[in-house]
Design a protein around this ligand. Structure first.
Ligand code: OAD
Length: 230
């Protein structure tokens, strides 16, 4: 049976594709205050600004490509049972070759919107250039980004925890591990599982975690060698 490798990724895995991380930019994200554009209170206060922000994020997504780290993760599927649990809302893991049924987006997806008044009604946008506003109606519903804002629950946490709990190897890439509950997923890993953490500026982690202080693309190369020795 193939060994199960679970990747837990954050903004750093997409950095080399040209998408800025959150905390490397002083709390300002692409020149916006994170709490204005990524919180439930911010959306109530100024929904037009939030639509504008996510329209710009989607436009940016149309201009970037998956990098070698995204592709290397997909290639590992030849030899391992691979799952990705990502905090990222971009679609670069999918475009890098990992099927969407192997990816959990903990914090939602840029390419989806949902009804403002019914969170079970989720709609996939046709193109990265699709724009939404406070006036947009889909299926008769006003919509909002399908993003987990600060102050909102993380509905995908439980399935993600189940996947992490079954991992033989957990590989954390490019996350500052400060946002909960995502950061807490590490605690679900089995005692006998191996844990790697690829990040050029890694957060403090327990000694059982094998830290690879490198960028995502460099770190994936190093990881390949480490996996050969497992
Ligand atoms: P952060 O911006 O907090 O952390 C990014 C991490 O990526 C840092 O540890 C950097 O050292 C690392 N990094 C930078 N360049 C890198 C590279 N080339 N290769 C690998 N790593 C690199 O981003 P996250 O931890 O993902 O939530 O942030 C978690 C959540 O906070 C996000 O999902 C978002 C934000 O609020 C929501 O949108 C709900």
């Amino acid at each position: 049976m193939k060994k199960k490798i679970v990747f837990l990724t954050g903004a750093g895995v997409s950095a080399e594709s040209g998408i800025s991380t959150f905390r490397d930019s002083d709390g300002l994200w692409e020149n916006y205050n994170v709490m204005d554009v990524c919180s439930a209170a911010g959306f109530r206060r100024n929904p037009a600004l939030v639509h504008e922000f996510y329209n710009a994020r989607r436009r940016q997504l149309s201009e970037v490509e998956p990098n070698e780290a995204h592709r290397a993760i997909a290639r590992l599927m030849d030899h391992y049972d691979v799952f990705v649990v990502t905090q990222n809302v971009d679609n670069l893991h999918e475009r890098g070759g990992v099927p969407s049924d192997r990816i959990i987006h903990l914090h939602g997806e840029l390419m989806k919107v949902r009804a403002v008044n019914d969170e079970s009604k989720v709609y996939e946008l046709q193109s990265e250039l699709s724009e939404t506003t406070t006036e947009t109606l889909i299926d008769g519903h006003h919509v909002r980004p399908h993003i987990v804002f600060f102050q909102e629950a993380v509905p995908m946490l439980e399935p993600a925890a189940e996947i992490v709990a079954r991992a033989d190897v957990l590989v954390i890439i490019g996350t500052s591990l400060v946002v909960y509950p995502a950061a807490g997923l590490v605690n679900y890993v089995r005692r006998d599982a191996r844990i790697f953490y690829i990040d050029p500026h890694p957060a403090a982690v327990p000694s059982r975690v094998h830290v690879i202080a490198a960028t995502a693309t460099e770190g994936m190369n190093i990881l390949m060698d480490e996996l050969r020795d497992l």
